[in-house]
Design a protein around this ligand. Structure first.
Ligand code: NAP
Ligand code: GLV
Length: 322
């Protein structure tokens, strides 16, 4: 029988992979075994005694899931957004919730943003519509430096996107809860800074976490404060957007288009008006998917910190809701 050699860094921990989608669960189990071969990594549904789990790896935490694991040292999220975990009343008060922070996730999101911002800046929707009409439409696109992009949320993803947009020449404004200073970016914070942030923004991108303060924020008053004919990109959560207000703003021409990646109901229902709206681009919550290999390395490092008695680097703060 092969002998497994243990090193001084090896630690004992039982990790429950509690992800509903079985293909995804299998992929994460394998990636976690690679990243932490000294841990016992078990699919939650196959655990005879879930109570022994030290850690639970989850995407969202529906009711009934966390109560199966009464001795958790932490809940680890496959996603950057932890709204679907923090909202679970079964989450014990002292148990840390670790967010997904991973270079590949950030890079994927930056690429998604560049795709859609450049599409709008280069007036691609008008050009493609003209092609469908077989119309030769020689319209000029403004330069990036002539376009103002607003980034709501200057955390891991918002900051990376704002920096990249600045690097390719866009005029970028950013908004966060607490004041932030970023080279070359005009920053605003808090509710008092919101109007100043929105003024003149022609392409608005939402990277806010979903909290009671940010729910329904993408609504008629906010749309009215943007430059006329602005575009919206929502890569955060469906609950940020008041859907009827978006449809009305598009019909009235206050907004010229929207790209939406997250929805109140997912998958987006077949009869939803967004599917066929000519000014709306729907993507199926794929703006940036967490890659199992690099994501598992991040989770393993965070679990090792916790086992060593250190605070995880990317714990959500329960008091602020993200
Ligand atoms: P993060 O690092 O926690 O950053 C959140 C940012 O939002 C921070 O700058 C924070 O301000 C700001 N913020 C929070 N509440 C605010 C408020 N009330 N007013 C103004 N600003 C506020 O989050 P992240 O990693 O960048 O991720 C952001 C969100 O993206 C996630 O929560 C998730 O919903 C979404 N996401 C979507 C996908 C996708 O594929 N569609 C993938 C990954 C993530 P402070 O700087 O002051 O804290
Ligand atoms: C995806 O939506 C995430 O929060 O990572």
């Amino acid at each position: 029988m092969p002998m497994t050699l243990r090193t001084a860094q090896d630690q004992d921990a039982t990790v429950a992979v509690a992800i509903g989608d079985s293909a995804r669960a299998a992929e994460w189990q394998a990636a976690l075994i690679d990243a932490a071969p000294d841990f016992t990594i078990v699919r939650a549904e196959a655990m005879a005694a879930p109570a022994v789990a030290d850690f639970a790896v989850v995407w969202r935490a529906p009711l009934g899931m966390l109560s199966r694991f009464p001795r958790l040292k932490a809940v680890l999220s496959l996603g950057a957004g932890v709204d679907g975990i923090l909202s679970n009343r079964e989450l014990e008060p002292g148990v840390p919730v670790v967010r997904m922070v991973d270079e590949a996730l950030t890079q994927g999101m930056v690429e998604y943003v560049l795709w859609h911002v450049l599409r709008y800046q280069r007036r691609a929707p008008e050009l493609l519509a003209a092609q469908r009409r077989q119309e030769w439409l020689p319209i000029a696109a403004p330069l990036a430096s002539e376009r103002c992009v607003g980034v709501m949320g200057l955390g891991v993803l918002g900051e990376a996107a704002a920096r990249r947009l600045t690097a390719i020449g866009f005029r970028v404004k950013g908004w966060s809860r607490t004041p932030r200073q970023l080279d070359g970016i005009e920053t605003f914070s808090g509710t008092t800074g919101l109007a100043g942030f929105l003024g003149g923004v022609e392409i608005l991108i939402c990277f806010l976490p979903l909290t009671p303060e940010t729910e329904n924020i993408l609504a008629a008053p906010l749309f009215a404060a943007l430059a006329p004919g602005a575009f919206l990109i929502n890569a955060a959560r469906g609950e940020h957007l008041v859907e009827a207000d978006l449809l009305e703003a598009l019909a009235a021409g206050r907004l010229a288009g929207a790209t939406l990646d997250a929805f109140r109901t997912e998958p987006l229902p077949a009869d939803h008006p967004f599917w066929k709206h000519p000014a709306i681009t729907v993507t199926p919550h794929v703006a940036s998917l967490t890659r199992a290999a690099s994501g598992a390395r991040h989770l393993a490092a965070e679990m090792r910190r916790i086992l060593a008695g250190e605070a995880p680097l990317h714990a959500a703060r329960r008091d602020r809701g993200y």
